[in-house]
Write a protein of this length. Sequence first.
Length: 282
Amino acid sequence: MSAILMWSATVGLYRNISEIFGPIGGSALIFTVSGIVALIHAGPKAFRGHSPHYLLIGGAMFVTYEIALALAVGFAQTRAQSVEVGLINYLWPSFTIALAIWAGHARAGIMVIPGILICLLGVFWAATGSANFSLAAMVHNIGSNPLPYILAFIAAITWPLYTILTKGMAQGRSAVPLFLLATAALLWVYYGVSDQPALVYNSKGAMMVLTFGVLTTLAYSAWTYGVNHGNLTLMATASYFSPLLSVMLSSVLLSMVPGLNFWLGASLVTAGSLICLAATKR
């Protein structure tokens, strides 16, 4: 449960850090610290026993997800828009169920279709911003700055792919520290060739980066422990409330009050995900 809570703070921390250090430099700092902390926590076993397929395929998906989500939040024009793109990321639970059904890992009843449609409706509703819900309002908001929305949607698709396709490849092992450091390395290369301003030390920003790095390691560790020793059904059900938790924590971390559309959108994503969960069987 603590892992779900910590992951729900991701969007707010991403946004605060990107406002201080820039979307690319801030993301590079985040994953550098996260990777180092995770590596210290895992120790030498982080380098041993991984299959090449897991490192290459799983690593590519993990890195794509993390970079897409970080830059989606960082490139958002406003804090409100960063919450919108963060909500798009939380389509991953319903997409994971759809992919699991397609891959033969789960069976589902017909209710999975309306469940996914309700999730999509929730994202569209939140994307209208403060305007009344309409297709024109959604298209206007997305069209004004499409890149963050595209990146967030890529993230929402990539995480389910990582989850389903690497389950067998990983063989119970985790290369997350290596994947985090690979993410940081690519972001530093991107920062080097971009026209981003030079990084300037900021004590508040440095504390946020350190906090994010520690939270990342704690969240992955807590979730892994729960998977091995806890009630998976209870954990999975709780994870579907992440959209609502994310909006709540983002509003606190970003000192903003989301409008009614945000809450309706997050509620619909959560409800749709729970319908998908109820419609599936192992």
